[in-house]
Design a protein around this ligand. Sequence first.
Ligand SMILES: Nc1ncnc2c1ncn2[C@@H]1O[C@H](COP(=O)(O)OP(=O)(O)OP(=O)(O)O)[C@@H](O)[C@H]1O
Ligand SMILES: [Mg+2]
Ligand SMILES: [Mg+2]
Length: 481
Amino acid sequence: MPLNDFQPVIGLEVHAQLLTKSKLFCGCSTEFGAEPNQNTCPVCLAMPGVLPVFNQRVAEFAIRTGLALGCTIKKTSVWSRKNYFYPDLPKGYQITQYDQPICEWGALTIDTPEGEKTVRIRRIHMEEDAGKNVHDAAVGESLVDLNRAGVPLLEIVSEPDLRSADEAVEYLKALRDVLVYLGVNDGNMEEGSFRCDVNVSVMRKGETQYGQRCELKNINSFRFIKQAAEYEISRHVEVLESGGKIDQETRLWDTQRGETRSMRSKEDAHDYRYFPEPDLPPLHLADALIDEVAQGLPELPRTKFKRFMSQYGIPAYDAKLLCAERPLAEFFEACTQHYKDYKKLSNWFQGELARLLNESGGTVSISTLKFTPAQFGELLSAVEKGTLSNNAAKDVFAEMFREGKSPEAIIAEKGLAQVSDAGAVEAVVDDVLAKNAGEAEKYRAGKKQIFGFFVGQVMKAMKGKGNPALVNELLKKKLGD
Ligand SMILES: Nc1ncnc2c1ncn2[C@@H]1O[C@H](COP(=O)(O)OP(=O)(O)OP(=O)(O)O)[C@@H](O)[C@H]1O
Ligand SMILES: [Mg+2]
Ligand SMILES: [Mg+2]
């Protein structure tokens, strides 16, 4: 298998749209989904003579991201012009950062089958997004929407430290989780607010010199990223095995055909004729601002995940699911104040809660739940105490989810309380055994398989509300087991 003779090498450039209200250099809204060209002004339309004004919030978001990823925050960074022509870029250049970005040298830890791995992050810089070309084949027109022009982006550039498509996907998932936790990005790949260029090369095993890379542009799902990277790795191996050579290229992923296709030969930095942006001074950051941002950093997903395992004694699988989203993790922690069997609590999160959220089709989220952590705790405690059967608890929970009533009120209203009073259950057991004396005789004589029949009779008499453990226990006792 020739593939095994080669080592894939992958480096990722992530473009993350920042969740600021206004654009990078003007006051236009960054909101997604507005009518085309609604969120524009002379600055982002690139009218002659306009000047950019830097949105300070963007620096705060960049610092927050840089600190979370362990980067050095540069006290001085510089804006540059990256020149290229495209219809969605009316200025003819993009304002970005080049040789002096705001953050340098950080890292992100990911899980691989071989254990934890640290992927180096070379740089994070701020830049403006371009507009969007919309190709309408039906009318045979290409249209330009400039709502996105000037929306702030962070470009987060990894070192070529990834060694497989799976590792690349792990890195992207971990990075997306961090950005969403920080509140700087919404993580939405479909809408393009989290996008990624995948740089792929291969080298023969044992070599130290990296091969020529190809850059796969803007792939909008983890699944496609994995497919595209794997396709590209095989393509490189095939070309090299047959004596060919890889050209530095920008390639597209064709979802329909499941293959990558050449788009253009990859430009080198000199093609862009980068130079310092004359309309913006270098950005100087005060220590006080960096300190303030550092103070406000939340606990990050990986730290939280590890803490959940140790503090609550739950398996990695559970901790991972619970920490996938910050509101979910926070709600779980709030519930732990009211119910102490953390594994059982986690099971309810994965089972009933996840099911109901899913069934709501997105109309209910963790942040809009109608019941409180205390009520969730009350419900589970009622099951624990035997006041409520597990099945009845599911009905009560669904009602809490829909109506936001307290479990106590629902249990009373629906008459769901389970009978755990030994005297009351015993009376019914005695009655059932008296009415079925013949069957009881057979049981005592060895026909043990009819035990379920007695349980059924007792439950029927109690309209399903007998505490099952107690019913079983008393029946066994009375039947002489
Ligand atoms: N031989 C290689 N194989 C795979 N990836 C590589 C290789 N060399 C560099 N890379 C990766 O390619 C990416 C280069 O990104 P960078 O932003 O520095 O430059 P660029 O792609 O030339 O610029 P642009 O932002 O204009 O696309 C990095 O993520 C880096 O890790
Ligand atoms: Mg880049
Ligand atoms: Mg690139």
